[in-house]
Design a protein around this ligand. Structure first.
Ligand code: NAD
Ligand code: ZN
Length: 269
């Protein structure tokens, strides 16, 4: 299987190989991380802009942090929502949505909570269910009741000036929390089973913009590989997954994904 040479420019051989693998695959699972949204201007946790005030994400995105100071945690989420509202799906999100809606057998699985894949599905695929992602880690634009567990779409402004003004459950009045999976929490078992099932049946696992240090990213790609499929990675930097990738595209997502999934804009390679 061809491998991308270890340099920064895009290797045409690697791009061609990726394009062919995807074109010939019956089933494709696409796994995305914060890097796919970096080209939309959404900060990654580990890159520049990953800090808020003096806090690291690991200090705020935990159940303990929310118990200790729900106001602070909501203030951080309100800030993140504002950033994402000012961003738009980029060429990679849009191409993936068109690709998934154009045929059966494609599943988009994301670790991102920014809902940009969902917005892309509405922008270019009229919300076609096949283009909607499996959101492994939840969404910034949903909330969950800490008392009764009810989940709801939630994108109204949050007043995080005091605990008394934080959003509450329409059903029981309990405090709402962001419906995202925090450090130390487990993923929804049905969602994870669905993603693993798709990965194990996929001919190609296309991994885009994840550092693969947060599980289950690494294991999903391994599931495809163990079942005889191939792994294609798109990331400007090497990651722990690079070792099991059959093709590595060392470049940003927006530049390369449209041509890999055959949904390039006119004139693109
Ligand atoms: P990460 O921040 O650990 O890694 C991002 C990866 O993207 C890096 O490997 C980096 O080299 C790569 N990258 C940077 N620019 C890129 C580009 N233009 N194209 C392709 N790749 C690029 O992100 P992660 O692996 O997704 O893990 C972070 C965790 O934090 C996840 O669980 C996620 O839920 C959460 N998170 C989500 C968002 C979001 O929703 N946009 C943002 C930050 C963090
Ligand atoms: Zn409730």
């Amino acid at each position: 299987m061809p491998r991308a040479p270890d340099h920064d420019s895009i290797s045409n051989d690697a791009l061609d190989a990726a394009r062919r693998l995807v074109r010939d695959a019956e089933r494709v699972v696409v796994l995305t991380g914060a890097g796919v949204s970096a080209d939309s201007g959404v900060p990654t946790f580990r890159g520049a802009g990953g800090l808020w005030k003096e806090y690291r994400a690991e200090e705020l995105a935990t159940p303990r942090a929310f118990e200790r100071d729900p106001r602070l945690v909501w203030e951080w989420y309100a800030w993140r929502r504002d950033i994402v509202r000012g961003c738009h799906p980029n060429a990679a999100h849009l191409a993936l949505a068109s690709f998934a809606a154009s045929r059966d057998g494609v599943l988009i699985v994301t670790q991102n909570v920014d809902a940009l894949h969902v917005r892309a599905a509405h922008d270019v695929a009229r919300g076609d269910a096949r283009a909607l992602p499996v959101e492994l880690h939840g969404s910034l634009f949903r909330a969950r009741c800490t008392a009764c567990g009810r989940r709801e779409p939630h994108d109204e402004p949050v007043d995080a000036s005091s605990v008394a003004t934080l959003p509450v459950c329409a059903r029981c009045g309990g405090l709402l929390r962001p419906d995202v999976v925090w450090f130390g929490e487990s993923l929804d078992s049905r969602i994870i089973a669905h993603a693993f099932d798709a990965a194990a049946r996929a001919d190609v696992c296309l991994v885009i913009g994840t550092s693969a240090v947060v599980q289950p990213a690494a294991s999903l790609a391994a599931a495809t590989r163990e079942a005889g499929g191939v792994v294609v990675e798109v990331n400007p930097e090497p990651t722990p997954l690079t070792a099991i990738a059959d093709v590595s595209i060392r470049a940003g997502a927006a530049r390369t994904v449209p041509s890999i999934v055959g949904q390039a804009a006119h004139g693109a390679p």
